[in-house]
Design a protein around this ligand. Structure first.
Ligand code: KG4
Ligand code: ZN
Length: 339
């Protein structure tokens, strides 16, 4: 089955073709970073308008790269939520119109299921059951995955998502949008210093997270400091240490609580090299299996949507209702499609 995947939930237009026999045939991505930088964050209406401009050219380019035409497709998948309503509607309307014109089945994919399945795009990837750490700009969740579509929420953030904490902390430190990767870049250069921030909610049992207090600690430290470039790097370093160690501690707890021996990590913060390094150390020490998507498939992309959509279409699921997108959509509401 050959599926076109369309991602347009936020500030990236992503398109890909997944072939269930031959794997990923092509993928393209257009990032709107330059468009939103002047505003210090994503402006939803500008995002929607840019998806309108970029989506059809990207679809044409992706099909050409894959060496196929629209007539070679067996289905169309698109992100149906969660995300920005206008941005989602651009992808959904385009996908549904194409599917209708080509008389193909279409399927609305949950953006976080796309992220969660992204490690499975790799050859030899682990299959469920496993524990998944989903870390993005909007989510920080630990999930027990017993089959594709069968998701048990083990832990969630009580306030900010970890990606959001990276972004807000970066902004406080005067770093340009998008903050997360910028903060990680200067943290890598930052010296080990006398700054040390707490590992929130690690001193009590449980698998939930809270990152807003950590952000406040950073703000206070920054306000009291000399605000030099060296101090900024040192504070960024200490923030990254606190955030990644917190995630690592909770991952080990989740593995112990469920008895699972495999951890997969997905979502934009999964691109953080310090997090990858910490979890690799823990996996070697504790003897569990660890899998990440390749770096470019940690952040938003069309490949994960084509792949997740192909799994659902192959299980016989497809859209029936009129075009529907969801700004909020709990992952645990999805139907199981098998292991
Ligand atoms: O998955 P994603 O592309 O979009 C959402 O679904 O939210 O994740 C974006 C988030 C942003 O908060 C961004 O700052 C963060 O992932 N991020 C990073 C890194 N790369 C992206 N955070 C820390 N370190 C990175 N290297
Ligand atoms: Zn995402």
């Amino acid at each position: 089955m050959r599926v076109l995947g369309i991602e347009s939930s936020c500030d990236e237009t992503g398109v890909a073709v997944w072939d269930s026999d031959r794997g990923l045939l092509a993928h393209t991505l257009f990032s709107q970073i330059d468009l939103h930088r002047a505003y210090g964050g994503v402006v939803p209406e500008l995002a929607s308008r840019d998806h309108v401009r970029k989506l059809l050219p990207l679809i044409k380019e992706t099909l050409a790269l894959a060496g196929i035409t629209l007539g070679d497709l067996d289905g169309i998948a698109y992100t149906a939520g969660p995300g920005l309503i206008g941005a989602l509607l651009v992808g959904a309307a385009t996908a549904r119109a194409l599917a209708w014109a080509l008389d193909l089945p279409s399927i609305g994919v949950h953006h976080m299921e796309g992220h969660l399945l992204a490690p499975l795009l790799e050859v030899g990837a682990p299959q469920p059951p496993f524990v998944a750490l989903l870390v993005s700009g909007g989510h920080t969740q630990l999930i027990e995955v017993t089959a594709v579509g069968c998701y048990r929420l083990l832990g969630d953030t009580l306030d900010d998502a970890v990606g959001e904490a990276f972004d807000k902390t970066a902004k406080m430190l005067g770093l340009p949008y998008p903050g997360g990767p910028e903060l990680a870049r200067i943290a890598a250069a930052g010296p080990t210093s006398h700054y040390r921030f707490s590992r929130p909610m690690c001193d009590r049992p449980g698998l939930d997270f809270s990152f807003s207090g950590l952000k406040t600690q950073v703000l206070l430290a920054w306000q009291k400091s000399d605000q030099s470039l060296a101090t900024r790097a040192a504070i960024a370093h200490a923030f990254q240490e606190a955030a990644t160690e917190t995630l690592s501690i909770k991952c080990l707890r989740a593995l112990a609580a469920t008895g699972q021996r495999t951890l997969i990590v997905a979502g934009g913060v999964g691109a953080n090299l310090r997090l990858r390094e910490r979890l690799a150390e823990a996996a070697a020490r504790e003897g569990f299996r660890l899998a990440f998507p390749r770096l470019k498939f940690c952040t938003d992309n069309g490949a994960m949507i084509a792949f997740a959509g192909a799994m659902r279409l192959a299980a016989g699921l497809h859209d029936t209702a009129p075009i529907q997108v969801r700004v909020r959509w709990p992952l645990t509401e999805l139907l199981e499609v098998g292991g």
